[in-house]
Design a protein around this ligand. Structure first.
Ligand code: G6P
Length: 610
């Protein structure tokens, strides 16, 4: 959601803050602001729109200072206006940036107004500034004031506080929204994501839930929610330095689509033997646990949920154990049954999605055998709170529409299904060796399929004027069709829906006419003849069909049926390979429609509020 950056240094830090915001802009992007201490006052610049608007304003009227905080917002309470943009002030003494939602902001606001505080925004965040200002009057330090203030908050917060009366110090507090402290030489930084700080440091401390930290030029003092001191060392980041750059690509999304061969190579590296999966890739306890499990429960959101749906097909068919899959925001709020000896799995690119994290915490209370996360961000909340973690190693994903994170999740999930089957000896050694062979071919096959980009760009032209689109698939390609529909709607704003092709007759067929494009993904499997019949039903009603099919499928093009044949892998990996044409199709349609591909309207990359 929102992005936060802060710095305490002995040099002007405005450029560092703004660069950090640019690198975080993918998280939220409807307004941005910066506040720095300058000549015994706090100066602030805020702008509605993207960080580039803020940069323009700072160019026209520069501010500078040795300590400061900055924020890029994704509105929850209050429209994206300048008044609602962060940082928020209290009595020109306290400045605050906040990521999250304060659920009890209304009673707090009323109480503070009665005490004479004046509010200048509609945000929930502004109560934090006034509460801290109030607490600072009776506390011996800014840290003590922040601890007292956050104890009164219900909800989620990652917050950074700057005070006029406390030089060379920022105080930060974390509950439900991630924060990371970065160390320079005689300077210290804070951000909601280490990516923001990679140009200035590679040494980080990840704050834990409930912690409050005071950040000075050379020291970090951390306390837990009860005020007890916490000792933690800085860790060296493993993220690549250029992770936040587009290079020569027009958009991050295109760069990330083309990074898939190397991302998947990284996912596989060191995790496969000649003819089997190295089960310990899922954690030291994995051999013992995967042998014991009798069921799997997966929870996730968005694109990660689609990966979970594909995994259901694979786990049930390869490992022969039941696999339940649910959207995290539903799972966390309903009574559900825990199957005996079940493994609880979360899938998440960011590792910080609020609903997925809440579902994990609930799962841990409900008596699952163990928890495993399939995640892309080392040190993220899901990784730290799960018993086992499988890092997808996709590298930083900046485009809001998830691409390489998805295909690397799928790669990890196919390895997991195989590892369970291996541990339980539920399929033959030959079958395991054949899946491992398929896995090894994915990077090469993704490279080949990317060569079809120009061909897919031609198909995209037909979609530019359309308002609706249907996606069809069967078996493990049904969730791939769902992912295709999600990609198209989120970046091109064309209404798109996906159906398991066998469901066509039960309603969606009524939508088909010559205005409706239908995208089909097809593998040469047991269901291909049935899928071809489904396509005939569509053709007979004038629908224009676009098929992305494995080269072995006997599907011939015609007037209203365009086919792109691909070397799509084997029985299982087709789902991974055939995702890529759908990513490219959405990308080109969005570019032709002139939408903001990397930062589509109303969306955010990392959804840290529910
Ligand atoms: C947001 C992003 C999606 C992502 C979903 C789940 O909606 O825009 O791309 O799939 O969150 O995020 P996660 O980080 O948990 O995979």
């Amino acid at each position: 959601m929102c992005g936060i950056v802060g710095a305490v240094a002995q040099r002007n830090i405005v450029e560092i803050l703004v660069e950090g915001l640019k690198r975080l802009e993918y998280r939220g992007y409807d307004s941005a602001g910066v506040a720095v201490k300058q000549d015994n006052e706090i100066k602030r610049t805020r702008k509605v729109g993207k960080v580039s608007e803020l940069v323009g304003a700072l160019k026209a009227e520069p501010i500078d200072g040795f300590s400061g905080i900055a924020h890029t917002r994704w509105a929850t309470h209050g429209e994206p206006t300048e008044d609602n943009a962060h940082p928020h002030f209290s009595n020109d003494k306290i400045a605050v940036v906040h990521n999250g939602i304060i659920e009890n902001h209304e009673p707090l606001r009323e109480a503070l107004i009665k005490e004479g505080y004046q509010f200048s925004s509609e945000t929930d965040s502004e109560v934090i500034a006034h509460l801290i200002e109030k607490e600072r009057k009776t506390s011996s330090s800014l840290m003590e004031a922040v601890l007292s203030a956050v104890k009164q908050l219900d909800g989620a917060y990652g917050t950074v506080v700057m005070s006029m009366d406390d030089p060379d110090e920022l105080v930060v507090a974390r509950s439900g929204s991630p924060l990371v402290v970065g160390k320079g030489i005689g300077e210290m930084f804070i951000a909601s994501d280490q990516l923001a700080l990679l140009p200035v440091t590679r040494e980080f401390i990840f704050l834990e839930e409930g912690e409050v930290a005071s950040i000075g030029l050379r020291d970090v003092k951390i306390i837990d929610r009860n005020g007890n001191a916490v000792e933690r060392e800085f860790e060296e980041s493993t993220i690549q330095h250029d992770a936040g750059d587009k290079g020569t690509y027009k958009h991050f999304m295109l760069k990330e689509i083309f990074e898939q061969p190397s991302a998947i190579t990284n996912t596989l590296e060191g995790r496969l033997n000649e003819e089997s999966v190295i089960i310990e890739s899922f954690g030291n306890r994995a051999p013992e646990l995967l042998k014991k499990i009798q069921a799997v429960q997966i929870v996730a959101c968005g694109t990660s949920y689609h990966a979970a749906m594909v995994a259901k097909y694979w786990i049930e068919s390869i490992a022969n154990i039941p696999c339940l899959v649910e959207i995290a925001s539903e799972y966390r709020y309903r009574k559900s049954v825990v199957l005996p000896n079940a493994l609880f799995i979360t899938i998440s690119q960011s590792g910080e999605t609020a609903d997925t994290l809440a579902a994990l915490r609930l799962g841990k209370e409900k008596g699952f055998l163990a928890s495993l996360t399939i995640c892309n961000v080392p040190g993220s909340s899901l990784v730290r709170e799960s018993d086992m973690a499988f890092m997808t190693r996709a590298g930083a994903e900046i485009g809001v529409a998830s691409t390489k994170a998805f295909t690397t999740q799928l790669t990890g999930l196919l390895m997991l299904a195989t590892a369970i089957a291996q541990a339980q000896e539920s399929i033959s050694k030959e079958d395991i060796a054949s899946i491992v062979e398929e896995l090894k071919h994915i990077p090469g096959q993704t490279t080949q399929i990317l060569e079809l980009a120009k061909r897919i760009e031609l198909d995209a032209e037909d979609f530019v004027e359309k308002s609706h689109c249907l996606f069809l698939g069967r078996g493990d390609l049904y969730p791939i069709a769902m992912e295709g529909a999600l990609k198209l709607k989120e970046i091109s704003y064309i209404h798109a829906e996906a159906y398991a092709a066998g469901e066509l007759k039960h309603g969606p067929l009524a939508l088909i006419d010559h205005e409706m494009p239908i995208v089909v993904v097809a593998n040469n499997d047991d269901l291909i003849e049935k899928l071809k019949s489904n396509m005939e039903e569509v053709r007979a009603r004038g629908g224009q069909i676009y098929v992305y099919a494995d080269e072995k499928c006997d599907i011939k093009g015609s007037d209203n049926l365009k086919v792109v044949k691909c070397q799509s892998g084997g029985n299982y990996t087709s789902a991974i390979i055939l995702t890529i044409p759908l990513q490219l199709l959405s990308y080109y349609v969005a570019v032709m429609r002139g939408t903001d591909v990397d930062q589509p309207r109303n969306l955010a990359k990392s959804v840290t509020v529910e």
